[in-house]
Design a protein around this ligand. Sequence first.
Ligand code: B4P
Length: 192
Amino acid sequence: MVNFLIFGPPGSGKGTQSVRLAEKFNLLHLSTGDMLRAEIAAGTELGKRMSAIMAKGELVPDEVVIEMIASKIDGAKGYAGFLYDGFPRTVAQAVALEKMLNQRGMKIDCMLVLEVDRDELVKRLVLRAEQSGRPDDKDPAVIDNRIEVYREKTEPIISYFKEKGIYQPVNGVGEIEDIFHRLSDIVVKYLN
Ligand code: B4P
């Protein structure tokens, strides 16, 4: 099993590209954002507690998402690999993921990093708010906070993994299809 991380600030297109990559390369798409939104939609106790945190643009507690990912990895069969979307988001989550994979005889093989400037991110999220109605996209102050939280808590993971030689930066600006080709060209190398 090959383990890919797709990484980048909010609105960089992680979710958009992950769906396509998962389909093309038979990867299990693991989006912690989608898992959390599913809990909220189902009205679970966990969902109720997490929705207030997410609506402010803050990160949910590490242990919540680590537990979610572990339960998905175990029992997954028939895939060429895993694609982690929006996880890890803190160095603590990165360390937990490495440990979880090591215990199962795997490692993180590749970190795809979508690079998109701030103005483009805000533009995309404002547009998405109109279409999807996601509460965390509606308020510009919340979007700013999510970008800040990314810079402060998530971006340090890049240097942590750069030292491990798995860092693969990708230009995330342009047509969705073109970005998909840039990513696919890297992914295919790990699967052959
Ligand atoms: P996520 O669900 O991960 O969402 P995101 O970072 O906002 O978006 P993404 O980068 O996937 O962008 P997308 O493809 O949709 O997180 C939401 C919240 O969940 C977090 O703020 C946090 O509270 C919580 N959370 C999730 N995981 C967590 C974790 N591990 N730990 C703690 N908390 C966690 O693209 C955005 C928009 O741009 C779309 O409308 C898309 O159509 C558009 N777009 C994409 N590519 C484009 C392109 N090339 N050109 C133009 N538009 C494009």
